[in-house]
Structure formats: C-alpha cells, structure tokens
Write a protein that binds this ligand. Structure first.
Ligand SMILES: C[S@@+](CC[C@H](N)C(=O)[O-])C[C@H]1O[C@@H](n2cnc3c(N)ncnc32)[C@H](O)[C@@H]1O
Length: 276
C-alpha cells in the first residue's frame, strides 16, 4: 500500500539553518537529495537519524517523523515546537565558570531523572553553543562532559525561536534506536547514520559495523523510496550493493586522514525504490 497525504506539503518559506551545531551535518547534501524528494513530496518524510535537522529543514516536508537516539536533542526540538524561550541567558554567558555551573545543573537534572523539561532544553542549547565544537558527549555515568569552547564571540538567540516552532509544527519527534521509529508502508526515508569510520561517536551511543549491516538490511526491506548516505568506504559499497541498492558517489566537503595525507572524502548516496 502506498500512503499519500491529503494536505499539500509544499512550503514556500525559505529554508532555516539548523538551530544547533551538529557533527555530520548534511546541509551540503540537500541539493543532491532534493530532486528525488520532489518526486515523492506527497509522502510522509521519515528520518531515523535526524541529528541537526539539516536535511529536513532543507527539504521542508509538510509531514515528517524525525528520530534520533539522542533524547536530549529530541527534547530540545519538542520544546522548539512549543516556542522555547531562553530565560537562562543573562548576557554574561560565554564564560567558563558560567559554563561549568550550567553543565553541572544539566547533569543534576539527568541524575534526578528530570532532564526532559524546558530548563534542560534551554541548557542543551546553551551547552551546544558554548561547549567545545558543539560536541555532545557523555561519560560512563551518563553525564555531559564536553569542555568549555573558548569562543571569542557567540551569537546566542536572544529570545524565542518563532520561525522554528512554525516550521516544525507538523513534524513528530521521537527518540530511540532507528528500528523502533515506526515506519509505514510508502514512507519516504532519508537515513544518515554515523559514518563507517572507526572512533566516531556522536554521543554516548556507538554505531558499529553490525549496526551498519542491520540498517542496510532494515531499509532494504522497506517498500517505499529510500535514500541512505554514508562515507563511501569499500565495505559500505559492498554492503549496499549486496542488498541491491543503486549507488551514486559524490565528493564530500571534508577530508579524511589517509596514511598521513588529507584526501578528500567520498560520500555515497544509496537508493531503493527510486529511479536514479
Ligand atoms: C551523521 S549524524 C546525522 C546528522 C544529520 N543528518 C544532520 O544533518 O545533522 C547521525 C545521528 O545518528 C544518531 N544515532 C546514533 N546511533 C543511532 C541509532 N542506533 N538509532 C538512531 N539514531 C542514532 C546520532 O545521535 C546522530 O545524531
């Protein structure tokens, strides 16, 4: 069964920038994915690894189901939908002591099992902007442990995020492993898992080779259009071809260390149920 939606999904407002810094952001890939999405814009858009939201904000689907394993990130987006205000900011925010105090408060809320409220969402935004490189990393006790970022200047939002609450209004946010996301027959899926490279950790959730295999198999079984992006390593290419994906390679705007050389990275887009 192919699911079509009864409301037009075309949006006319210009694409918004991702509200957070997020490792592996795919803004640069939006124009490569758009022509395929345009063929299916009446479908529900599903992103099992939504991260910084670059693709969803770029494509602007009318209806979307967006998932990420990082529950703090999803909590932030849910509060954005409700018009998050930044009451914690004082004008003296880019300061090491302030950073450490707020990081401690964020971790105290985690320990108290009270980390999905409005205050945590605000703190998450602050820590993302002020911490080192926008990293999101937790120690074994589940505490956020990214050091102070030492930026000269940070442009914090001064008030609420009204444009985001509007753009995200019809999207549903869930958090869990990708297989739990609840896809329906005919959904358009764009999946951008953590890259197939050693030592990559976007949060405390590692993503190993068995997960790459599990993902390729799970998506291959879906009956709707699927686009999967990854780093085009030899074993990823072999895995995707074994599952019958049609692949396209693209130069990525980043470099990888290879025998001491910094060679340009190659990205793969893998397609199922889409004419390429
Ligand atoms: C490459 S990033 C996605 C980046 C996103 N496309 C963007 O443009 O910002 C991969 C994301 O997968 C999430 N993740 C890791 N393991 C996961 C899992 N098993 N299920 C769902 N999400 C997972 C990470 O938290 C991270 O946000």
């Amino acid at each position: 069964m192919v699911l079509t939606l009864d409301r037009p999904s075309l949006r006319t407002d210009a694409a918004l920038k991702p509200p957070l810094k997020w490792a592996g952001g795919k803004r640069w890939l939006v124009e490569h994915v758009r022509p395929y999405w345009e063929q299916f814009r009446d479908r529900r858009y599903v992103e099992p690894f939504c991260g910084g939201l670059a693709m969803a904000l770029g494509l602007q689907p009318g209806y979307a189901l967006l998932n990420d394993m990082n529950a703090h990130l999803i909590n932030f987006y849910r509060h954005l939908q409700d018009g998050l205000q930044l009451d914690i900011l004082t004008g003296h925010d880019n300061d090491r002591q302030v950073y450490l105090q707020r990081r401690e408060r964020f971790n105290a809320l985690i320990h108290a099992n009270a980390c999905y409220g409005n205050e945590s969402a605000q703190l998450f935004y602050f820590l993302n902007k002020t911490g080192y490189n926008g990293l999101c990393r937790f120690n074994k006790k589940g505490e956020f442990n990214v050091p102070f970022g030492k930026y000269k200047r940070i442009n914090y939002r001064e008030e609420a995020f009204p444009e985001y609450s509007q753009a995200l209004a019809e999207w549903r946010f869930v958090s869990g492993d990708f297989e739990q996301v609840g896809v329906r027959s005919g959904d358009f899926i764009y999946a951008d898992p953590p890259y197939d490279v050693p030592f990559v950790q976007y949060s405390s959730y590692g993503f190993n080779w068995a997960d790459q295999e599990r993902l390729a198999g799970w998506l291959a079984a879906h009956d709707g259009p699927v686009i999967l992006s990854n780093q085009a390593t030899p074993r990823i290419m072999e895995l995707y071809h074994d599952y019958g994906y049609v692949t396209k390679e693209l130069p990525a705007p980043r470099r990888i260390s290879c025998n001491g050389n910094r060679t340009p990275a190659v990205e793969v887009l893998a397609f199922k149920n889409i004419r390429v």
